[in-house]
Design a protein around this ligand. Structure first.
Ligand SMILES: Cc1ncc(COP(=O)(O)O)c(C=O)c1O
Length: 286
């Protein structure tokens, strides 16, 4: 089975899916997207991903091209058309094809595109040993809560991390932690979990919510509040979270060990809970 895409109402081979060069996604990066992990063919936290899609569409003043029930049906069909049990579903909606003009076109039809590939979660080696990260100034725009396809800032920051052989760039703005180039960041200090608030400076991660729920269930005290750069640099543990990374320990920051330099105890507990939670949710969905 070759990779299948969904484009504007039809399923077709990925390599046959084409859009106009006048698509505003291509010309302006004028669109939004979602990445939804599917475990054992069940999309994980789909209603939450669709709610975040709606939030992004509202923020860019683009009407949702279909109701959630249709999204759900199409995503399930896309998953069914692919071989791996665990998949990463990518969807994007752009403002469609129009003559180039920054102002919105009056009658363009949104372009709806979806594809799916194997979900590659971190290896046991990465889970057991953690990952190095660098830090960088967060120079992105002030609507980081919108899951925009305009990702140039994130790409530059992610590349800076890649150039340094690091997994992620942990970002600071005005002396405070925001997130990382493609993930959220948590800090453990003195047994407490510190999480930056879900405001306009970070993407409200679906995994962020899962991690907070699981940490609370484990009895870890949680403080959702601005976290200073100093608190991050002196952290006992740092975690990086996203739909594909799940939860990973950061064991060095700018070349200096985080805490003991090994994944911490709180990480191990929450990582295990995360795996158990996934299994439970998938059992319920089956
Ligand atoms: C900038 C940014 N922050 C946070 C996240 C984590 O979001 P989620 O947990 O929904 O994958 C992502 C995911 O791609 C991201 O790109």
């Amino acid at each position: 089975m070759s990779e299948t895409a969904y484009l504007n109402g039809e399923f077709l081979p990925l390599e046959k899916a084409q859009v106009s060069v006048l698509d505003r996604g291509f010309i302006f990066g004028d669109g939004v997207y979602e990445v939804i992990p599917a475990y054992s063919r069940h999309p994980f936290r789909l209603p939450q991903h669709l709610a975040r899609l709606q939030h992004s569409l509202d923020a860019i003043r683009l009407a949702n091209p279909m109701p959630d029930a249709d999204w759900t049906r199409l995503i399930q069909e896309l998953i069914a058309r692919h071989v791996p049990d665990d998949q990463s579903v990518y969807l994007q909606v752009t403002r469609g094809v129009a003559r180039r003009d920054h102002a919105f076109p009056k009658d363009a039809k949104p372009t709806v595109f979806m594809m799916s590939g194997p979900l590659v979660t971190p290896s046991k080696e990465l889970v057991d040993n953690g990952v190095p990260c660098i830090t960088a100034a967060d120079f992105r725009w002030l609507k980081c809560d919108v899951k925009s396809i305009s990702l140039l800032g994130n790409c530059l920051l992610r590349q800076a991390a890649a150039d340094a052989g690091a997994a992620e760039a942990v970002l600071f703005r005005d002396g405070h932690l925001t997130e990382a180039s493609a993930s959220n960041i948590f800090v453990i200090r003195d047994g407490r979990l510190l999480a930056p608030p879900k405001d306009h400076l970070i993407l409200p991660g679906i995994t962020y919510d899962v991690v907070i729920e699981l940490a609370a269930a484990c009895g870890i005290p949680i403080e959702t509040r601005p976290v200073t750069e100093q608190e991050v640099r002196g952290a006992d543990e740092i975690w990086v979270t996203s739909s594909t990374k799940e939860v990973l320990a950061v064991t060095s920051l700018d070349g200096k060990p985080v805490g003991s330099g090994r994944p911490g105890e709180a990480f191990r507990v929450v990582y295990q809970e995360y795996q158990e939670y996934k299994r439970k949710v998938m059992r319920q969905a089956a």
